[in-house]
Design a binder for this molecule. Structure first.
Ligand code: ZN
Length: 262
């Protein structure tokens, strides 16, 4: 049911599949992250199935204050139009913001123009900028290395900081950029496979060792990661880093209060 406790900070993983094959075969669900932060609801990266997974979990799109798209790839943006329609009740309740890189809004926009009229506005994500949505603020500290313009996000709520490290090739600046209590890592690969611009298990290990968050959550699994069982990989990474590493599961709801336990 929808949360009666509006003071809770939770993250629901609508899906955990990443990249083309996992998503097109729906070996795991896809659909993005649903953030509920002290009563402010934000949807991040509405990939294919976002409308299905969110309604199935009784998450109500009309309560969303914003939708954030890290980059224009389909596994992050395919359902943005239907989610805007749902957020605004088919345009009858005009509200909400859409955040996306310029690349996703300009030449070949991810959002249809008639739906753009339903929302309060669009905000362009840029390197080093800060944004506010209700009680939540976030920054996009660094442009990622990925075939299209891509940003991850560092979120600040009244009580917690956490980072969403969206698709990228590994580079050292990720460490300083996303230092926080909890990090979500989109880990598509088991091994680095240049020239593919995605994070792998050794990359996740370096990031976790450098940032030393209280919790790291692996997400957005490619086929090889899936075959190697994400929860086994998470267990090994916990042992290697001394940090609690969790593999996200479809529908998993993570309560940020877990970060206060020690
Ligand atoms: Zn991508």
């Amino acid at each position: 049911m929808n949360d009666s406790n509006t003071s809770a900070d939770t993250i629901t993983f609508l899906g955990t599949a990443g990249a083309r094959f996992m998503v097109s075969r729906q070996l795991a669900a896809s659909g993005g992250l649903w953030l509920s932060l002290s009563g402010t609801e934000i949807l991040v990266d509405p990939g294919p199935g976002s409308i299905v997974q969110s309604t199935k979990r009784k998450l109500r799109a009309e309560k969303l204050s914003a939708i954030i798209v890290s980059h224009r790839h389909l596994d992050h943006a395919a359902d943005v139009n239907i989610m805007v329609e749902a957020m605004t009740n088919g345009g009858f309740n005009q509200h909400g913001l859409l955040f996306a890189p310029a690349d996703a809004l300009e030449k070949e926009p991810i959002i249809f123009s008639y739906l753009r009229a339903y929302i309060e506005g669009t905000e362009v994500l840029k390197e080093g900028k800060s944004y506010t949505i209700g009680t939540v603020s976030f920054t996009t500290p660094v442009r990622h290395i990925h075939p299209v313009e891509t940003y991850g996000m560092l979120f600040q709520t009244s009580r917690h900081t956490f980072a969403y490290i969206a698709d990228t090739r590994y580079f050292e600046e990720l460490h300083q950029s996303y230092a926080s209590e909890m990090i979500i890592i989109n880990m598509v690969l088991t091994e680095p496979r240049p020239p593919i611009d995605h994070l792998s298990i050794p990359d996740a290990e370096s990031i976790i060792k450098e940032i030393k968050p209280k919790v790291a959550i692996l997400n957005h699994f490619g086929m090889h990661v899936w075959q190697a069982k994400p929860w086994t990989i998470a267990e090994n990474l916990s042992q290697q880093t001394g940090v609690r590493v969790i593999a996200a599961r479809d529908g998993m709801k993570f309560d940020l209060a877990q970060l206060d336990d020690n």
